[in-house]
Design a protein around this ligand. Structure first.
Ligand SMILES: N[C@@H](CCC(=O)N[C@@H](CS)C(=O)NCC(=O)O)C(=O)O
Length: 201
């Protein structure tokens, strides 16, 4: 299977961390790509009309995206502990994944605004609105007191990758201030081989 990727993408990192944790990483043939809405990669575009990463190409030529669907697909390929569990735990894992994904979307959006849009067109009000979403999501995660993110599943992986992305791209904002549970969570999570093997830098 070919995974179109860039190490800087938090959505890609979530997929790669899950692939490491489930032991399917060796089945992935990594295809590095640099693609933005301003300069879409034609080869990626031919397999994913949204021209986004991560995109997974299967041996039969079919394509799977986005990151949530890729994670779900990879989780079917192993016999170990499921990263998307069944029963009550499933909804916890999936909603937690949604919060992590939402933080990524807001943080990546601001990154595009800062890196791609000409400085005179950048809109502080919009960026502050995105950071407000991030802060609110982090506050909610903090009040869960780690209960939903202490185990390893697609939700905790998503949150860990989102927090690490905030450090990577928005490091001047101190998200740890007043959020010791989340800070500890990322410290602990970052020691996992899956996280160490997928560092963006
Ligand atoms: N909802 C998608 C988001 C993926 C996404 O936004 N990826 C970014 C990189 S972090 C991308 O490919 N951007 C290129 C573009 O927007 O053209 C997912 O979960 O996979």
């Amino acid at each position: 299977m070919k995974l179109w990727y860039s190490p800087a993408s938090p959505f890609v990192r979530k997929v790669l961390v899950l692939a490491h944790e489930t032991g399917v990483i060796d089945q992935l043939d990594l295809q590095l790509v640099a693609s933005t809405a301003l300069d879409p990669d034609p080869a990626l575009s031919s397999v994913n009309p949204l021209t986004k990463i991560p995109t997974l190409e299967l041996e039969d030529g079919s394509t799977i995206f986005d990151s949530t669907v890729i994670c779900e697909y990879l989780d079917t390929l192993h016999q170990g502990e499921k990263m998307i569990p069944e029963g009550e735990a499933r909804w916890n894992a999936l909603v937690t994944q949604s919060i992590g994904n939402g933080i990524m979307e807001a943080a990546v959006g601001v990154r595009y605004e800062q890196a791609l849009r000409p400085a005179e067109h950048q809109w502080d009000v919009w960026m502050n609105g995105q950071f407000a979403k991030i802060d609110k999501a982090l506050d909610v995660l903090e009040t869960w007191r780690g209960a939903r993110i202490q185990d390893i599943h697609v939700g905790s992986i998503s949150v860990a990758c989102a927090l690490a992305y905030l450090d990577f791209r928005h490091g001047t904002r101190d998200w740890r201030e007043g959020r010791p549970v989340l800070a500890q969570m990322l410290d602990t999570f970052s020691q996992r081989t899956s996280m160490m093997e997928t560092r963006p830098d």
